[in-house]
Design a protein around this ligand. Structure first.
Ligand code: NAD
Ligand code: LMR
Length: 325
């Protein structure tokens, strides 16, 4: 058996944490032969609830779980961490935009970026889930100057999964048959699901579904799904968010499927005309733990306008957090 992997999770006593930890410990992310040590971060008011979560993790008797550390100090939680899930932060409530959270949540990612810089392992890889996740990842990345920038990412896999599920439902197949479904841009209102490249069982989605649906209701449903769930549940998505975080980190660890790509918000080096340094979601392929942006996908005028809207939204968010970078 390989040496245990040190996996840090923040916000570990929260809703997403509760859906996430048991699946990491059971081998759903890093494989059924990869032991893990969980390093769990909470703020002091969350530590009592975290003790309860730890009791449950122990009671599940996972063979792969080789240890649990709890802390309210990021320097402890990130010590030697190789895989980091930055979940801890406030969720939005009804009537709020994700970007409204930046004042409350942005500062969290300054200290956590600095602690990752100081304490994490050389091979660290980070997913930011806490909203607004693209800008929070930008903050963390900029506060960790010694960590290669490509080790930071933000989660748009939930948006990809939502897009696949909408297409599958319409066509009458299962979501697993939908591939090459890229989300471009921000995990925000402007996100652009690039349906023109998506496939159902190898055939173009545009041959299966009408363009007015794909350009209209489809995009609106995917980009409005977070709000629809908050309106229905009275709380933001948690189990599906945890499932998407598992997909994201599992793909980073194991690689993308041949011929397919997945969506990941990563640092732009100017691909598709996106300004260098923004954390922007692109289609990526992954091999040996390194992602590569899929370049050269054809964009018509509708798609180009969609991509630009995301650049504008992210530049505006970056401006709002400029003091934290
Ligand atoms: P929650 O309120 O249930 O849990 C958040 C937890 O984070 C709490 O236990 C809280 O004590 C803890 N926390 C707060 N500040 C912290 C800090 N500085 N360090 C460590 N822990 C801290 O919220 P949730 O439902 O688990 O959602 C967490 C975040 O994920 C929210 O910002 C939400 O909007 C976001 N989210 C993102 C996506 C996505 O697709 N990117 C999807 C769903 C939710
Ligand atoms: C989601 O997309 O479900 C999350 O980002 C929660 C939210 O605020 O929409």
């Amino acid at each position: 058996m390989p040496a245990p992997l040190k996996v840090a999770v923040t916000g570990a006593a929260g809703n997403i944490g509760y859906a996430l930890l048991f699946r990491i410990a059971s081998g759903d992310v890093f494989g059924k032969d990869q032991p893990v040590i969980l390093q769990l971060l909470e703020i002091p008011p969350g530590m009592k609830a975290l003790d309860g979560v730890v009791m449950e993790l122990n009671d599940a008797a996972f063979p792969l779980l080789h240890g649990i550390v709890t802390a309210d100090d990021p320097n402890v939680a990130f010590d030697g961490a190789q895989q980091v899930f930055l979940v801890g932060s406030r969720p939005r409530g009804p009537g709020m935009l994700r970007s409204d959270l930046v004042a409350a949540n942005g500062p969290i990612f300054v200290g956590q970026g600095q602690a990752i810089n100081a304490k994490a392992a050389d091979d660290v890889r980070v997913i930011v889930v806490g909203n607004p996740c693209n800008s929070n990842a930008l903050i963390a990345m900029n506060n960790a100057p010694d960590v290669p920038r490509e080790r930071f990412s933000a989660m748009t896999r939930l948006d990809e999964n939502r897009a696949k599920s909408q297409i599958a439902g319409r066509v009458g197949v299962t979501a697993g048959q939908v591939t090459n479904m890229a989300i471009f841009g921000n995990h925000g209102p402007a996100m652009f699901p690039a349906f023109a490249h998506a496939k159902v069982a190898g055939q173009a989605v545009t041959d299966k579904l009408p363009l007015d649906y794909l350009q209209g209701d489809f995009i609106d449903t995917v980009s409005g799904r977070g709000k629809a769930i908050i309106d229905a549940r009275g709380a933001s998505s948690a189990a599906s968010a945890a499932a998407a975080a598992i997909d994201h980190m599992s793909t980073w660890w194991h690689g993308t499927a041949p011929g397919d790509f997945n969506s990941m918000a990563v640092v732009s080096r100017g691909e598709y005309g996106v300004p260098e340094g923004l954390i922007y979601s692109f289609p990526v392929t992954i091999e040996n733990g390194e992602w590569t942006i899929v370049e050269g996908l054809e964009m018509d005028a509708f798609a180009k306008a969609g991509l630009q809207k995301n650049v504008d939204e992210l530049l505006e968010e970056r401006d709002a957090v400029k003091d934290l970078l």
